[in-house]
Write a protein that binds this ligand. Structure first.
Ligand SMILES: NC(=O)c1ccc[n+]([C@@H]2O[C@H](COP(=O)([O-])OP(=O)(O)OC[C@H]3O[C@@H](n4cnc5c(N)ncnc54)[C@H](OP(=O)(O)O)[C@@H]3O)[C@@H](O)[C@H]2O)c1
Length: 254
């Protein structure tokens, strides 16, 4: 019987995979036999993760680039093609949050968050999609958030980028589905990473979140692996432009 969830031998580029959820995504793919390309801005951090992957026998390489740097992105895509000939799966995961009430928000922070969270996804997808069009197949998974649907105090710009990721996912699907490329999104709820440290270290927020989430707890990053593998594999070949929320039921409740 064909394993419709197989990602074996697929070449996967995961942006922002030197830590946090991106590292979980890269690990989930590598454990299942995919060839993974690790990425982040900090080259030293990336080399450490690469060494750990090599020790486990995973097929992997590392490309340090900032998702706002189109020239470095293209150079890395060329390196991947030189090594493995193609990119089958792209996970647009790199993202940041800069928190402040909107009326106090610094213009330069607005520009930074838009350029990483939104334009970064556009930049990397634009560099990778010609390979997928030529190959006649591909999977792009954009990482949104429950903030693709909901606001919260002090994160209006972050929510604006994540709402835009939802619409960019639909737009990519409309333009690229005819090339047998599936573009979908994952919308995580709340998971403990560097990004959410200010939140889980805040006892008041922690209590609020656990009360607000029907599952009454934070997510474990490994609980995102199922959604990722589904959207990376043949199991989702007729699913396109969809956001899959993995949020303990948070969006189902008010
Ligand atoms: N954690 C959650 O609960 C949660 C919930 C919903 C959505 N998300 C989304 O999930 C994604 C990952 O979040 P996380 O919590 O794992 O964050 P994280 O722990 O802060 O990790 C972010 C990763 O992205 C890299 N990165 C940041 N800016 C980059 C850039 N400009 N170019 C390339 N790499 C960059 C970082 O490495 P360097 O600093 O070395 O570049 C790091 O590897 C984000 O898109 C976030 O919005 C997270």
């Amino acid at each position: 019987m064909k394993d419709i969830f197989s990602v074996k031998d697929k070449v996967a580029l995961i942006t922002g995979s030197s830590s946090g959820l991106g590292l979980t995504f890269a690990t989930a793919l590598a454990e299942r036999g995919a060839r993974v390309v690790l990425n982040g801005r900090d080259g030293a951090k990336l080399q450490e993760v690469l060494a750990g992957f090599n020790d486990k026998g995973y097929e992997c390489m590392a490309c340090a680039f900032d998702v706002t740097d189109k020239m470095k992105i293209q150079k890395s895509v060329d390196q991947i093609v030189e090594k493995w000939g193609r990119i089958d799966i792209l996970v647009n995961n790199a993202g940041i949050n800069l928190r402040a009430p909107l009326h106090e928000y610094k213009d330069e922070d607005w520009d930074t968050i838009i350029s990483i969270n939104l334009t970064g996804t556009y930049n990397v997808s634009k560099a990778v999609v010609p390979l997928m069009i030529e190959a006649g197949s591909g999977k792009i998974i954009n990482i949104g958030s429950v903030q693709s649907e909901l606001g919260r105090p002090s994160i209006a710009p972050y929510a604006a980028t994540k709402g835009a990721i939802k619409m960019l996912t639909k737009g990519m699907a409309v333009d690229w589905a005819k090339y047998n490329i599936q573009i979908n999104g994952i919308g995580p709820g709340y998971f403990k990473t560097e990004l959410t440290k200010p939140l889980y270290e805040n006892a008041e927020f922690d209590a609020w979140l656990c009360g607000r989430t029907p599952s009454n707890r934070w997510g474990d990053p490994e609980e995102l692996a199922g959604a990722l593998i589904y959207l990376s594999s043949a199991a989702s070949d007729y699913v396109n432009g969809h956001m899959l929320y993995v949020d303990g039921g948070l969006l189902a409740s008010v």
